[in-house]
Design a protein around this ligand. Structure first.
Ligand SMILES: *[C@@H]1O[C@H](CO)[C@@H](O)[C@H](O)[C@H]1NC(C)=O
Ligand SMILES: *[C@@H]1O[C@H](CO)[C@@H](O)[C@H](O)[C@H]1NC(C)=O
Ligand SMILES: *[C@@H]1O[C@H](CO)[C@@H](O)[C@H](O)[C@H]1NC(C)=O
Ligand SMILES: *[C@@H]1O[C@H](CO)[C@@H](O)[C@H](O)[C@H]1NC(C)=O
Ligand SMILES: *[C@@H]1O[C@H](CO)[C@@H](O)[C@H](O)[C@H]1NC(C)=O
Length: 363
């Protein structure tokens, strides 16, 4: 991992991984006089205004002496965040929010406390994924089993969903496991995109996925790189894409995006099951994430963090600045998610302050 203090030469186009430290890139370069940038890059982030045109992520509000993450939580145009907890850190696996042809790799971000985020560049590079068509790297999702990390990802806007493996930790590098897609085809109307991996309390693993308004699911085999059974269709009302599953107090919450990702109709709804991660889902679809005319638009494609040992939950999602109609101008945010006594999820308040400083400690 590249650390600010070591100032090592880097292939990373953004030299400072810690964005608190990268508040001034010029200062960093001045401090690290031997800093150099490798020439072999898929593209030049800076020429795209990837960092500079996105909303500033170094604003850390303080409320009642508590520092908050601010929204966005890290700089750059990113979307489709998949939040996880591995090795005593929070992790977020997003898509780079760029033209399809420039989406050729994935970055990850880690944090010990929800406030200070460190970038890990190109944890999977489509140059090494033969079937990917080297474009449209979308919506990664990561889990761990016996110390091995498995990333499921969409490639090529329909080329398929693949699985990549890292034996060196949650920052990769991830290596394509199959040299072909795990989910290669449109099935039951679902484009093979937007995977979400979910591990139940009994250790059984499930993959949920699907675009084009059809949501599918299947149990994964013990090896995590094959399906144990044929996919089944889950499609709840209004479903468009981007599933994410959580379990709380014995109830499975199947969350998904509705509306159009490129405009202000985007939002998040959920249904629940008390039976299994593959349903049946018996509650009415409930809309919980909306744009706010004072804060941001295009809110969706969410995942969820539960702070270990607590009943504190946060939704992690992307949104677009107000008065910005460029579809790919999306940045990653976090906000509190609360439950009613009957287990239903309250409508989310989207904010500029985000989540409070929450160090991951042994609870
Ligand atoms: C914030 O911290 C200062 C210094 O420790 C203390 O005097 C003050 O009462 C605190 N304010 C709040 C709202 O907790
Ligand atoms: C932020 O995190 C990085 C990596 O964990 C660490 O080196 C740095 O000291 C942290 N900065 C602050 C202000 O906590
Ligand atoms: C491809 O994988 C090899 C090792 O398997 C690695 O050395 C190389 O850096 C990777 N290339 C890219 C572009 O990630
Ligand atoms: C969990 O579910 C049980 C039974 O439905 C209920 O009594 C209890 O209040 C729930 N706990 C929480 C934290 O919601
Ligand atoms: C949203 O804000 C209202 C009003 O401040 C508050 O009562 C409610 O608890 C908040 N909801 C969440 C999920 O934070």
């Amino acid at each position: 991992m590249m650390a600010f203090s070591t100032c090592t030469a880097s292939t990373d186009p953004s030299p400072s991984s810690s964005f608190i430290a990268k508040a001034s890139k010029a200062l960093l370069i001045a401090l690290c006089f031997n800093y150099s940038v490798a020439t072999a890059k898929p593209f030049d982030f800076d020429s795209l205004n990837f960092w500079s045109s996105s909303p500033p992520a170094d604003i850390k509000p303080t409320i009642n002496n508590v520092t908050y993450s601010g929204n966005p939580i890290f700089p750059g145009w990113y979307a489709d965040p998949d939040p996880r907890i591995f090795e005593g850190q929070y992790w977020i696996y997003p898509s780079l929010s760029l033209d399809y042809d420039k989406q050729t790799s994935f970055d990850a971000f880690s944090s010990p406390d929800l406030v200070n985020w460190t970038r890990h560049a190109r944890i999977l590079d489509f140059a090494n994924v033969t079937w990917s068509t080297n474009r449209a790297a979308w919506a990664p999702t990561v889990t761990e089993k016996h110390g091995v990390y498995y990333m499921y990802f969409s490639a090529g806007d329909g080329a398929g969903i693949g699985v990549a493996v890292s034996r060196t930790g949650p920052a990769g590098p991830f290596i394509d496991a199959l040299d072909e897609p795990l989910i290669p085809d449109v099935e039951m109307g679902a484009e093979p995109i937007d995977p979400d991996v979910f591990i139940d309390d009994d250790g059984r693993a499930y993959l949920l996925w699907g675009g084009w308004s059809h949501g599918l699911g299947a149990e994964l085999s013990w090896d995590m790189i094959s399906l144990k059974a044929q996919p089944v269709e889950l499609t709840p009302p209004n479903y468009v894409e981007a599933p994410y599953m959580i379990k709380r107090n014995g109830t499975y919450y199947y969350m998904y995006s509705v509306g159009g990702w490129g405009d202000n109709s985007y939002g998040v709804e959920y249904v629940t099951s008390t039976t299994s991660p593959l349903g049946p889902f018996t509650t009415a679809a409930t809309h919980i994430l909306f744009p706010d005319a004072k804060i941001a638009q295009g809110t969706g494609s969410s995942g969820v963090l539960n702070i270990p040992g607590t009943d504190d939950w946060y939704i992690v999602y992307h949104r677009r600045p107000l008065d910005d109609t460029a579809a790919n101008d999306r940045y990653v945010c976090i906000d509190k998610m609360e439950f009613n006594p009957d287990g239903s999820i309250k409508r989310i308040n989207i904010t500029n302050e985000g989540a409070p400083y929450t160090p991951l400690v042994a609870f």
